[in-house]
Write a protein that binds this ligand. Structure first.
Ligand SMILES: NC(=O)C1=CN([C@@H]2O[C@H](COP(=O)(O)OP(=O)(O)OC[C@H]3O[C@@H](n4cnc5c(N)ncnc54)[C@H](O)[C@@H]3O)[C@@H](O)[C@H]2O)C=CC1
Ligand SMILES: O=C(O)C(=O)[C@H](O)COP(=O)(O)O
Length: 387
């Protein structure tokens, strides 16, 4: 028997670990929320998700040489300290961006049906136009929705068609936040939305946060929500996760436990990106393609009677109310139990796939099949309207 070459410790909630990482040596797992120095004995490679703070306090004295996070966000990692120590680091940029975009689209289409508005008649403001915000922008514009983009770092770098936050607050009917959580630098995002500027939200606005909880001052948001019945809130992220302020959650139209990016495709893509990064770090060949670890979707094709029906396919792939109901059931629990329930909902998250795995069969009237394709579905024109 050959000796293990590396010892890898991974958050137990990272999927597809064995097929991708057993080739490197010994694979151990631990709960990410409570992962501690004691777990790092003899560990060379640490793989985490967003709930593990990785910094000097965790790693000092360990032999870890490579840290990977199977997430887009990196606010839980002290990257400066890792760099100073010469510890290699990799995240998974964009891995679950489509999942987040589809959380937003499914939520907005659901609200449009309930509140009786046409999404295409609304102006959507996107704050943070990177992997997630940029894909959301492209899909909405292709659907015919007017979009305002706010991204001062990109504006400073590239110029282009960006607007200031004040203008988005004043003009957007729907405001979607997709910035990272940052503390310093020229454009910090902690409490980017606060008591001062939240009040500028347009009458009847929908505010959606699927970035990081502390980007909105949750105390100020709750105070505002108590005064303004006209606002609709969609929150996937919370200021003190895994604690959710039950009063704030009860005032949301849709409240979910930080699962916007929890498509199976997105999670496995994140693991696979770390596998590729570790191969590169070690100078090894990538010999397992993503398709080998991503199970086939098994979603039956959907035939639509009318090609204007965007909600049916969106809801079939992802219904945000399933997650909303599950979180709502935990709101009456005591604080400690509610925290555990938040983590449990995420740990036991049911399989959810992305729009691209659903084939929508629809007759080729007007531009509707193109709109469905723009949303991300695989479309088949049944040709029934052809002469
Ligand atoms: N709820 C969930 O399940 C998920 C949440 N996320 C969060 O979404 C964030 C965004 O993800 P990506 O788009 O992939 O990141 P990204 O890094 O590709 O894009 C972020 C964009 O925000 C911009 N930005 C930074 N500071 C800003 C400010 N003060 N105002 C406006 N824009 C600003 C950046 O210039 C950049 O273009 C992640 O950092 C993560 O925290 C990501 C995945 C899943
Ligand atoms: O990728 C990110 O960034 C996220 O927010 C993840 O979807 C969060 O998932 P966990 O890492 O907390 O499981």
């Amino acid at each position: 028997m050959t000796e293990p070459r590396l010892t890898i410790l991974a958050d137990e909630n990272i999927p597809a670990l064995a097929p991708l990482f057993e080739r490197f040596g010994e694979l151990r797992t631990a709960p990410g929320r409570t992962l501690s120095r004691a777990d790092l004995e003899g560990v060379d490679v640490l793989l985490v998700r967003s709930v593990t703070r990785v910094d000097e306090a965790l790693l000092r004295g360990s032999r870890v040489r490579f840290v990977g996070t199977a997430t887009i966000g990196t606010d839980h990692i002290d990257r400066a300290w890792l760099e100073q120590q010469g510890i290699a680091f990799s995240s998974a940029p964009g891995c679950n961006a489509d999942g987040v975009v589809e959380y937003v689209l499914s939520s907005l289409l659901q609200l449009a049906a309930e509140q009786g508005f046409d999404l295409c008649s609304k102006t959507v403001g996107i704050v943070g136009v990177g992997n997630v915000g940029g894909r959301l922008q492209r899909r909405l514009q292709a659907m015919g929705v007017q979009v305002l983009c706010c991204d001062p770092p990109r504006e400073a770098r590239e110029g282009g068609d960006f607007v200031p936050l004040e203008q988005v607050l004043a003009d957007a009917d729907i405001l979607a936040l997709h910035t990272p959580l940052t503390e310093g630098g020229a454009w910090p995002t902690r409490h980017l939305l606060n008591a001062d500027n939240l009040a500028q939200l347009k009458q009847g606005a929908i505010l959606l946060n699927a970035g990081r909880g502390p980007v909105i001052d949750n105390v100020a948001l709750l105070a505002l929500a108590r005064q303004r019945d006209d606002l609709t809130l969609v929150l996937d992220v919370w200021e003190h996760e895994p604690r959710v302020n039950p009063d704030l959650a009860r005032r949301c139209a849709i409240a979910t436990p930080h699962i916007a990016g929890y498509s199976l495709d997105g999670k496995i893509r994140g693991t696979w990106m770390l596998y590729c990064a570790l191969c590169e770090y070690l100078g090894w060949t990538v010999n397992t393609p993503l398709e080998q670890v991503l199970p086939p979707a098994g979603v039956p094709a959907l035939t639509l009677a009318t090609a204007d029906d965007l909600l049916t396919p969106a809801r079939l792939v992802y219904d945000p109310y399933r997650d909303d109901r599950a979180l709502r059931r935990t709101l009456g629990l005591g604080e400690a139990e509610q925290r555990q329930a938040f983590d449990r909902l995420r740990r036991e998250y049911p399989e959810r796939r992305e729009y691209a795995t659903l084939t929508v069969r629809v007759a080729g009237s007007d531009q509707a099949p193109q709109r469905l394709a723009a949303m991300g579905f695989a479309t088949v024109d049944t040709g029934e309207n052809d002469d």
